[in-house]
Design a protein. Sequence first.
Length: 507
Amino acid sequence: MSSTLVIFAIILLITLGITYWAAKRTATTSDFYAADSQLTAAQNGFALAGDWCSAAAFLGFTGLTALYGMDGAFYALGPLVAFCTVLFLIAEPMRNTGKFTLGDVIRSRMHTRTSLLATIAGTIVVNFAYLMPQMAGAGVLVKLLTGIPYNWSILLVGVAMIVYVGFGGMIATTWVQIVKAVLMLAAGAIILVLVLAMVKFNPLTLFADAEAKNGAKFLLPGNYLKNPFDQISLGLGYVLGLAGLPHVMTRFYTVPDAKTARRSVVWVMFLAGSFFAGTTLFGLAAATYVGQDAIKAAGGGGNLTLPLLAQYLGGGKGTFGGDLMLGFVAAVAVATILAVVSALTLSTSGAIAHDFYANWLKRDKVDPKKEVLIARYAAIAIGLLAIALGILAQGVNVAVLVILAICVAASANFPVLILSLFWRRFNTGGVIGGMTVGLVSSVVLAMIGPAMLGADALWPLVNPTVVSLPLGFLGAYIGTLVHGRDAENEGRFDAFLLQVHTGVAPK
């Protein structure tokens, strides 16, 4: 495994070098939270791909396809439509109305501290729900690369993400994500060529071979998502949940204007979409050539499928593409996870330092240097908690956990965000009602469902979005009515709507 350690060490040194370079360029709050809003569309597009192509994409989707056939492919191809919602509804308003965080958007609309506090809660819960599977995937891979125990692997990843965020802020996080996205796309392209070469570049052969080895039902729906409502729920979560993920949405503050934000989305749709489509072929190839028994024997809920496939494509251990390819893919996957957990940590520390400390507690009367220092302290605390969550998530497929996090985002953050942007009567009561009902319903239903309890589940759906999303909207609607008419808030709406569409801030 010496070659794998060398590759892993090289990638780690490159990312630490980026952090050192970025630390010298991070002096202001704008630098720390938004890279001074100077990224181009292409740079932000690659960074968005780094944000969105997480451990779920690199590891989980391939494993689900290898173990469950077309249900896994459904997980992989869903993101192709998810960014359409962001492109048409969210990207431009976010850039026009916000400054650094999701809380900025709600605060600019409501002008109340209570609504800001509710948004902080939604940001933190969603980010930690997303952090858990990333840490679990990292633990499995670092253990594979180094041989050190899972818990110590989680600790290593946690320390690395604290360093990235604490010292380099958004500048370091962005360039780590760009490097990671390039490596991930390169690894995917190499594996795709090797897989297609085995079937004489006829992808239909992969489907036929997988069906022949695993049975006709392998290519039919229902192997994993046995309840039809689960399929609807997954689709809803994808289409609306991405627009509620704080660590993805805050990326639109790193570009200079709304036009660049929209172009960033187009970039990521092509970059991430092409990779996600490839994971379906990777999963089919792994089911045929590696075999489901070997994948299950490796443990981790199928999370090691792609590294095992990479090793197989090179002819096994000791040959080029065997250990070397395994090391490259595993090291890139670790880089993928490090980039995503860094973005999540930065988003969460922003919610704590910028939204809670500077805006809520100090009412904007704070020294910017003190705010950045608080954000760095918050990154340390977040990293420690993420380590604990990663240890708890051992053995669960990371794709399933990520989709549950997206469910929480769709059920709580999305209703509050979209109603804040486009409903005149929406008020602070609606923010509290939507966030509370969305968070509680999605988290509780996820915890008592099959994803967490397996055969002992008290709730039949793996993904509860089909229920918790309407409940989130209902909570927002009822909360708005209970709060009553707010003439001052409604009077500000026209000026706010002008800012949403043009970027012209009200005076």
